[in-house]
Design a protein around this ligand. Structure first.
Ligand code: DHB
Ligand code: FE
Length: 279
């Protein structure tokens, strides 16, 4: 069987990827952020997961506004870094795990989650930046990835409750997988940020820290949070945080918090990182 051995929640800010790619992580602006990633990178290196399920959102890179799947799963052999307008990031092509991805697609759909099946999926900063944060500058990436893509761009995004239930169902159906696999689940995006309009630049440290506390100890209180609260408190792009609930749903009720890091600012966001293992 496959089982979830750890969960990671992390921001996916493109400028974090650019800082790594341009070797400026040690400068005055970036060093406090990257210092907080060190321990989690060491932990990840020791963990040696067999596969990562990375829950992320596409930012009009693979899916335009012509086609917006609520939940999609990548079943391809590999996923190239997307060209987001300034050329693809110079990072390794992401290797898929088609056997596990098809197992998940089939099991989830038959269980009531109508996943869109993606045979071709260029992956943007939403997926590659979290890999860079946790794995560093490596070639190839240390494990295959199953991308799970969530619409948080176009209203209506799925509810927090639905996201949490998807995570719970992923964990359950992994148990039916024929091979033994140690799986890490990433939830990405957030934390508070708004990239547009009158409130552009909004960062709400209090909200972000309360979210991290609740994700650790009382995730059910987050499951009840409505979209409008994310928008009001965490800004229009703060809604990306619902994807962390998929990761948390895939873990047992009781978890051990291994690492936490929160830093303001990272580009326009409060940047968060949290690492859990089953208690
Ligand atoms: C920024 C953050 C994001 O999550 C994103 O998708 C794009 C930009 C930012 O802070 O600049
Ligand atoms: Fe984003």
């Amino acid at each position: 069987m496959a089982r979830v051995i750890a969960g990671v929640g992390t921001s996916h800010v493109p400028a974090i990827g650019a800082a790594i790619d341009n070797s400026i992580t040690g400068d005055d602006y970036w060093s406090p952020l990257f210092a907080g990633y060190e321990a989690a990178r060491d932990w990840m290196r020791a963990l040696e997961p067999d596969v990562a399920i990375v829950v992320y959102n596409d930012h009009a890179s693979a899916f335009s506004l012509e086609l917006i799947p609520t939940f999609a799963i990548g079943v391809a052999d590999e996923f190239p870094p997307a060209d987001e307008g300034y050329g693809p990031r110079d990072v390794p092509v992401v290797q898929g795990h088609p056997e596990l991805a098809w197992h998940l697609a089939e099991s989830l759909i038959l269980d009531g989650f109508d996943m869109t099946i993606a045979n071709k999926l260029p992956v943007d900063h939403g997926l590659t930046v979290p890999l860079s944060i946790l794995f560093g500058e490596v070639d190839p990436w240390p494990c295959p990835v199953v991308p799970v893509c969530v619409n948080v761009i176009q209203y209506p995004a799925p509810t927090g409750r639905r996201c949490f239930q998807l995570g719970q169902t992923i964990a359950r159906v992994l148990e039916d997988y024929p091979d033994d696999l140690r799986v890490v689940v990433f939830g990405t995006g957030g934390m508070s940020h708004q990239l547009q309009g009158e409130r552009a630049g909004l960062i709400n440290r209090e909200f972000d820290l309360a979210f991290l506390d609740a994700l650790s100890a009382d995730p059910h209180s987050l499951v009840e949070k409505e979209h409008v609260e994310y928008l009001r408190e965490a800004g229009s792009e703060g809604i990306e945080l619902v994807m962390w609930l998929i990761m948390r749903g895939a873990l047992p009720a009781s978890v051990k918090e291994i690492h936490r890091h929160y830093h303001v600012p990272a580009s326009n966001t409060g940047a968060g990182l949290i690492v859990f293992e089953p208690a």
